[in-house]
Design a protein around this ligand. Structure first.
Ligand code: 6AU
Length: 250
């Protein structure tokens, strides 16, 4: 018999970090495990997408440095309002990858001031354990293994990366295409119902596949939603597909 996964309720009860608790609580309340990736390049598109997909998602993932007309007042303030209205978290996919001191500057300074608005961020762990100390007020999702063809995140790298992720108190989860221990949450990008790749190295799986084989917690969907003709409807479809796949994997 296949090993059973822990439910969101069980994970909520054992969660230590306030951001893990918030994510799991939101998942249970909205019956959603969907994170929409807003890889759009203007403030208008970002806010419109957030408004449309907001009811269906537990978090909106940004690459804030691709917004051409970024302006804290006009981009972040309304984004935070939409997030609080629709009750989703903000995940900045910055993938920090430097020494602790530089990451601290990138996190707190510049025009983006990520520390002031993100609920959680992604970070590589290539800089070692102490490089993650600067993310005190947010949750960190550690990049354990990437979804792209030819990634250098080998078995050995993933094993060492996991040791850092599991032992660092700021880390709430990991991005991976492989199963990880249940003490931290698993975030899986590279999810698409229609495509198997993008011709640029991305490799896609279905929600069914990632819940069944990886016991993932949260699916991250970018182009499957924001490139769709009807992003609101697509978000609703991915939400149902993800939730049903979760229930089936219990
Ligand atoms: O669904 P897509 O392919 O349009 O978008 C996938 C999103 C992009 C990537 O930057 C991100 O997920 N991503 C990540 C993350 C979330 O850290 C890691 C990875 O290995 N692969 C990946 O696609 O915004």
């Amino acid at each position: 018999e296949e090993k059973k996964r822990l439910s969101y309720q069980q994970k909520f009860e054992q969660a230590q970090h306030s951001v893990s608790k918030k994510l799991l609580e939101t998942a249970l309340a909205k019956e959603s495990n969907l994170i929409a990736s807003a890889d759009v390049t203007t403030t208008k598109e970002l806010l419109e997408l957030a408004e449309k997909v907001g009811p269906h998602i537990i978090a909106l993932k940004t690459h804030i440095d691709i917004i051409s007309d970024f302006d804290y007042q006009n981009t972040i303030i309304p984004l935070k309002e939409i997030a609080s209205k629709h009750k989703f978290l903000l995940m900045e996919d910055r993938k920090f990858a430097d020494i602790g001191n530089t990451q601290e500057l990138q996190f707190t300074s510049g025009v983006f001031r990520i520390t002031d608005w993100a609920d959680f961020v992604t970070s590589q762990v290539i800089g070692g354990f102490e490089s993650l100390d600067c993310f005190k007020n947010v949750g960190v999702v550690a990049i354990i293994g990437m979804s792209s063809k030819g990634t250098l995140t080998s078995n050995n790298y993933r094993e060492e990366a996991l040791k850092i992720a599991l032992s660092h108190p700021n880390v709430i989860g990991g991005v991976s295409q492989n199963p990880i221990p249940e003490e931290i949450l698993l975030f899986t990008p590279g999810v698409n119902l229609a495509d198997s790749g993008d011709g640029k190295g991305q490799q896609y799986n279905t929600p069914e596949h990632v819940f069944k084989t990886l016991h993932t917690d949260f699916i991250i969907v970018g182009r499957g939603i924001y490139k769709s003709e009807n992003p609101e409807q697509a978000a609703s479809q991915y939400k149902s597909a993800g939730w049903n796949a979760y229930l089936t994997s219990l």
